[in-house]
Design a binder for this molecule. Structure first.
Ligand code: GLN
Length: 259
């Protein structure tokens, strides 16, 4: 299963975010530590999205780079990402679920307006188990899927609602809602979602690992801690995360829905 991360804080080079730390995203691509039975390596491409300017100006649309190559083999791409500096970045390395194509457009992050999204996991019983939810989507949304994958359909379901949200709380409610509906329709699915609009990071955990590191001026959310530093906190299963630099809230999905 894929590994993903989101960062908001002082500007860094995109390449450095992907490659720095003894367990950087590049390291997680070939030697992940906590895949929970969901694959071995994350060699089926990668992607990064970033927003321009300081956090206050992050209403700008994100830019993106993706490749179907393993991240460690895409030296030209990483060279180019070394020239880009941003204070808000989402990135992912992919392990394609069996039967799904290994193509650039199937690599997260998926974009819509100011949002970037990544899904770590798979939908059990795909594609039949998602058909009922997908049927409720406008035909044009289905015609403009980025790829014929479970993640792209999940993003189509989420993006319609998340684009209209004005708070991180409302955005995480959209993620939690699609997670719960999909668990119900497709038990056994793995549904770690991660999304950002460049100002806040929202995420869910459903089977896969997730960790978070908050400092007074930054926040980093990643499938696995990027280094051994003590500030990494692991997010339990069945939880949602809402984070901005200096502050994160972690709550169980049930608590969240009851609140
Ligand atoms: N199922 C998705 C895909 O194949 C996500 C993969 C993953 O988490 N490994 O693209």
């Amino acid at each position: 299963m894929c590994r993903h991360l989101a960062y908001i804080g002082p500007p860094v080079r995109v390449r450095d975010l992907l490659t720095t730390g003894e367990h950087s995203l590049v390291h997680q691509s070939y030697q992940p530590r906590d895949m929970r039975g969901g694959g071995v390596a994350n060699a089926d491409g990668y992607g990064a999205a970033w927003w321009d300017g300081p956090a206050a100006a992050n209403s700008a649309l994100p830019a993106r780079y993706r490749s179907a190559k393993p991240i460690w083999a895409d030296t030209a791409g990483l060279d180019a990402l070394g020239a880009i500096t941003s204070g808000a970045i989402v990135a992912a390395v992919r392990s394609a679920t069996e039967g799904m194509p290994v193509i650039e457009t199937a690599c997260a992050p998926f974009l819509y307006r100011e949002w970037a999204f990544s899904h770590n996991g798979y939908v059990a019983g795909w594609p039949g188990s998602l058909a009922e939810q997908a049927q409720a989507l406008p035909v044009v949304d289905l015609m403009t899927l980025e790829a014929p994958t479970d993640s792209a359909v999940l993003w189509a379901l989420i993006r319609r609602e998340i684009a209209a949200t004005t708070t991180a709380e409302a955005a995480v409610a959209v993620l939690a809602d699609v997670m719960v509906r999909t668990q119900r329709a497709a038990p056994g699915s793995r549904l770690n979602f991660l999304a950002s609009n460049g100002e806040s990071v929202v995420a869910t955990t459903c089977v896969h690992s997730l960790a978070i590191s908050v400092t007074p001026e930054s926040v980093l959310v990643a499938s696995e801690p990027l280094c051994a530093a003590a500030e990494w906190q692991s997010v339990p299963d069945g939880h949602v995360v809402i984070a901005v630099p200096g502050k994160a809230r972690i709550a169980s999905v049930d608590e969240w829905k009851a609140a």
